[in-house]
Design a protein around this ligand. Structure first.
Ligand SMILES: Cc1ncc(CN)c(N)n1
Length: 200
């Protein structure tokens, strides 16, 4: 069975391109153009909805009570603190209505909806793993977050002991139940395209 560590090695090229993307550097410096940040967050609000549904699928599909509870707790955080961040950030950036999905967003929605409908726990957990692990990776590579809450909160939502433990749990689960490598590869590719699309 292929491990999460091996999958990351096998897909290191798009993974490194994503975590080293210009968007991440600008996030760390607090210098993302407002139009770029607005485009990114409007697309990510669409991502968030499908992501919450995917967390729900993991809750439903888990083969053990302990992991089910861990995912359920995280679902509560995403639907709480993270959703609250989106409400405030989109308002500050003047984003009023829902966006039309750009290609990488549409790709992610398909990947997540297909995984959710499959109700296949290894596939669901593999997609969650990439989405969370890749974000932890870029966030941990940044130094002190900018003082502006718009940047600081987005960075801090994706690092720190609790988020690192969540990603550790996802890795342990994928290593326990087995990964879906095509889903892993597609998710990494989409993460890179998602950052790229923010620049229009
Ligand atoms: C596209 C994307 N990928 C991952 C994450 C982190 N959950 C996110 N907010 N957006």
């Amino acid at each position: 069975m292929v491990t999460s560590a091996e999958l990351r090695r096998r897909h290191a090229s798009p993974w490194e391109a994503a975590v080293g993307h210009r968007f991440v550097d600008e996030l760390g410096a607090g210098t993302v153009d407002d139009a770029v940040l607005a485009r990114y967050l409007a697309q990510d609000a669409l991502f968030l909805d499908a992501f919450v549904a995917l967390l729900g699928a993991a809750v439903a599909a888990s083969d053990r009570p302990g992991p089910r509870m861990v995912v359920a707790r995280q679902l509560g955080l995403v639907a709480g603190d993270e959703d609250d961040y989106f409400t405030r950030a989109l308002a500050r950036l003047g984003v009023t209505g829902p966006a039309t999905p750009a290609d990488p967003t549409a790709g992610f929605l398909t990947l997540m909806d297909d995984a959710r409908r499959s109700a296949d726990y290894p596939t669901v957990m593999t997609v969650l793993l990439v989405a969370e692990w890749l974000y932890l990776d870029w966030a941990e590579r940044l130094g002190d977050a900018p003082s502006d809450w718009l940047y600081a909160e987005w960075v801090e939502l994706h690092r720190g002991p609790a988020f690192a433990a969540w990603v550790g749990f996802l890795r342990d689960e994928v290593d326990r139940v087995g990964a879906d490598e095509p889903a892993f590869a597609r998710a990494v590719e989409l993460e890179l395209a998602f950052f790229e699309a923010a620049y229009g």
